[in-house]
Write a protein of this length. Sequence first.
Length: 282
Amino acid sequence: MKIGYLGPKATFTDLAVTTMFPRAEKIPYHTIPECIDAVSNEEIDAGVVPLENALEGSVNLTLDYLIHEQLLPIVGEIIAPIQQHLMVHPYHAHHWTEVKEIYSHSHAIAQCHKFLHANLKKAKHVYMTSTSAAAKFVSERPHLPIAAIANRLAAEEYGLTIVQENIHDYDYNHTRFIIVRKQNEPLKIDSPLYAGDKTTLMVMLPKDQPGALHQVLSAFAWRKLNLTKIESRPAKTGLGNYFFIIDIDQKMDEVLIPGAIAELEALDCTVQVLGSYPYYII
Ligand SMILES: O=C(O)C(=O)C[C@]1(C(=O)O)C=C[C@@H](O)C=C1
């Protein structure tokens, strides 16, 4: 089985894929859209991309690309712990406090703001496509006083020295990664990491209807459907036009979720099921 992921080697996405699919052929992609496109073009059997971090919130690029460009079904989710480390080329290990630039994924930099503010206030932040792309970049420029924020595997893979460990600002730092496929067919994963099932919906509210969100929520509430996430994103059709992403804490059933969807449609909402899938906690 071929699994694509946000690369290069040693991203957090790579770690999640390696744990969940130890025997799969792993194919790295430079960006999240490239990985999603590869699923859509059937170059790979499934793609794994980051969706949400406990400290920094949604990975908007993933959400927006899925919703607006390639609406692929979500067939699974992996929740993984995230530990960020500051690393430099070995030449700079003894004077790391003098680095002028810090390279990483924007989410990783955001997870370490307190540390950076306290210890490297003057260094410029440079966003890269992933944490391991940043580690690779730093390793290829030994003459420059620069650092990367990435995981331990990236330090090993690219020959960097970790100079500060666990620099993320809060202990509970986890990221959700979704598994997307071309067809809505679950991957056969028999794992002790299985932790439950979820259903994700996209709901577009009718225009200018007072109390519409309240009515949407009540369709779930009186059916006692437990929502684990509700988030709005711009519909990109005009100022003030938003859609909602709603996660329900259970598998698609034959009565409750279809009933809630029918009620929302009767309210003139547009509803799309993005997936009903198992999740795994590493
Ligand atoms: O850059 C990586 O290593 C990724 O896998 C991406 C990503 C993200 O997009 O949130 C994944 C986990 C961490 O939260 C930081 C970065």
